[in-house]
Write a protein that binds this ligand. Structure first.
Ligand code: ATP
Ligand code: MG
Ligand code: MG
Length: 548
């Protein structure tokens, strides 16, 4: 792995700047608006935007919207939202489709100079003439058309005279080229389809290879960063820019970042959404930016994660526990501590006056420089966690048990005096007495207890629903398993706990608040919250509890 904070792309840029090749650099983030962004994209965003924060220059957002069929405006909006939420702002917002007239013009130039031709071969015929990596391909019978004929046919392709697939425009390079992508690659295809921005204006669309490099060049992008699968495309990228004699952008490649126990491919994520394996792109189990956000991840934690994994030239699966480590680190610093009882057991404090309520200050976050407090109502009837009580405890059990004392966090020490059961022998409540001198912050009781429990006052508690998440897939790399990746979905990735009792201050929660529910993990309010029901998502547990 690369040394943190100084990767091979930064080395290239520093050399370029030092050599005076550029006075500022321009990068771009080029999503295809055919789905929501995922954690892999976050790594590319942090890289591209991070570079121009570190070095003079700027980053453009460019929608790579050359494929009319799969693209939607909803995706454009979500992508912009997600980038901003991650904390970045682009200099210019561009659309490859805005360059359609210019790209067409480039195609005309190539045709005029005998560097491109219209081919009437079917896609099957083109494929069959391609050759193999060890054997040269065969020239198309349409390869030697005159420029005039090619110009005429290209214009008629553009004017909609031919059906889908009838003709293509191909670069005239070399059918024996060792790089298969250089064997007369297709530059334009006919597709009578509605485009989300250009509508019906075009019925020919540029191929990725013809759109991408030329768009970079139009924007004078200096360092065009893409993932490793584009290494073989670089030769064509340079060929087109060279032949067109336009601004020489340069392509550099880095490895895709993939997380284990999930899939990072928009196409696969779309299947999960469409086939209702998840509730939507923003399902908190999804590795999408919007899913992570709803789950309670912070932009800081995702940026930290991307910085820690850095960039590399070889693909590998990143352990999701690193992502969780990053969010835990950040939430520990910023999350307000709250008390929530998941599985209640009633405690009656028999020596506490009936009807009396005391407001006890409890610190929001001991990690904060300036500690703030909220008030916890304390009264005679409380809930504690059922598994914080044992009638016949083993040795060294420091929670509540008959005759044993514990501290209620930010409140008093209580002692269990009596256990109340129903006919079946099930414990229904425990009766305790409190030590009045043991109040937190002014404890003069001299009693030392080892256990501290979270609690809520029954009369003041608010009802909530808690959603606990596990990995979305049962295997580390579902895409590499036999059969369909969806066969490996974890059926227990969501556990809903209802009838949870939360301290009343949580009624004021907003979607931006981050909480640590004491001893339970980190939580955030979910958008399914309604007037009469608070819903919280567990972002992550307090410790790494997943078995390795
Ligand atoms: P997907 O298969 O999810 O659709 P993609 O590469 O086709 O991925 P794009 O919208 O084209 O998605 O991606 C925009 C940018 O983000 C590209 O520069 C791409 O290289 C980068 N990117 C996409 N996925 C990853 C990933 N897993 N790791 C790092 N960068 C990625
Ligand atoms: Mg792509
Ligand atoms: Mg894609």
């Amino acid at each position: 792995e690369e040394e943190k904070g100084h990767n091979f792309i930064e080395e290239i840029i520093e050399e370029d700047l030092a050599a005076g090749k550029y006075s500022k650099i321009i990068t771009r983030f080029p999503p295809e608006p055919n789905g929501y962004l995922h954690i892999g994209h976050a790594s590319s965003i942090c890289l591209n935007f991070g570079l121009t924060l570190k070095y003079p220059g700027h980053t453009n957002l460019r929608f790579d919207d050359t494929n009319p069929v799969t693209e939607e405006t909803e995706y454009v909006e979500s992508i912009k939202d997600d980038i901003r939420w991650l904390g970045f702002e682009w200099e210019n917002e561009h659309y490859a489709s805005d360059y359609f007239p210019q790209l067409y013009d480039f195609a005309v130039q190539l045709v005029k100079r005998g560097l491109a031709y219209v081919d009437d071969s079917t896609s099957e015929a083109i494929a069959s003439m391609k050759g193999t990596p060890t054997e040269p391909g065969v020239n198309s019978p349409f390869r030697n058309r005159s420029s005039e004929e090619n110009l005429d046919l290209l214009e008629r392709m553009k004017n909609g005279e031919f059906p889908d697939g009838a003709r293509t425009l191909r670069a005239k390079i070399d059918m024996a080229h060792p790089n298969m992508l250089m064997r007369d690659p297709i530059l334009y295809r006919i597709k009578h389809a509605h485009h989300h921005r250009t509508g019906e204006a075009w019925c020919i669309y540029p191929m990725y290879d013809f759109a991408h490099g030329q768009s970079d060049s139009i924007e004078t992008v200096t360092h065009s960063l893409c993932t490793m699968e584009f290494v073989p495309h670089r030769e064509l990228y340079d060929w087109l820019i060279g032949r067109l004699e336009i601004y020489p952008s340069h392509q550099y490649e880095f490895a895709r970042r993939n997380l284990n126990y999930t899939v990072t491919s928009k196409r696969k994520l779309l299947q999960l959404v469409n086939e209702k394996h998840v509730t939507g792109w923003d399902d908190p189990r999804m590795p999408t930016i919007t899913g992570l956000r709803r789950r309670g991840y912070t932009p800081e934690s995702i940026r930290d994660f991307c910085e820690r994994i850095g960039i590399a030239k070889r693909e590998n699966l990143i352990d999701v526990s690193l992502l969780e480590f990053c969010v835990r680190e950040h939430l520990n610093k910023i999350a307000h501590r709250r008390m929530v009882v998941f599985d209640p057991l009633k405690v009656v404090v028999t020596n506490y006056p009936e009807g009396q309520v005391e407001m006890l200050p409890s610190e929001d976050n001991p990690e904060e420089e300036k500690v703030t407090y909220r008030e916890m109502p304390f009264s005679r009837e409380l809930y504690i966690e059922a598994d914080d009580f044992m009638e016949n405890p083993p040795k060294k059990y420091f929670r509540l048990a008959p005759g044993q004392m514990v501290r209620l966090k930010s409140a008093y020490i209580i002692r269990c005096d009596e256990v109340i059961k129903d006919e079946s022998g099930k414990v229904t409540e425990v009766h305790c007495s409190y030590i009045p001198e043991s109040r937190s912050g002014s404890d003069t009781s001299g009693i030392n207890v080892k256990g501290t429990l979270h609690w809520v006052s029954i009369a003041h508690a608010v009802n909530a629903e808690i959603r606990l998440y596990d990995r979305l897939f049962r295997v580390e790399d579902p895409s590499s398993e036999e059969g369909d990746f969806k066969d490996y979905i974890n059926p227990d990735s969501l556990q809903v706990v209802t009838n949870v009792y939360a301290e009343p201050s949580l009624l004021k929660s907003t979607f931006n608040d981050r909480y640590q529910f004491l001893r339970k993990g980190y939580f955030t309010l979910d958008k399914d919250t309604s007037e009469d029901r608070l819903v919280f998502n567990r972002t992550v547990t307090l410790k790494d509890t997943w078995a390795k």
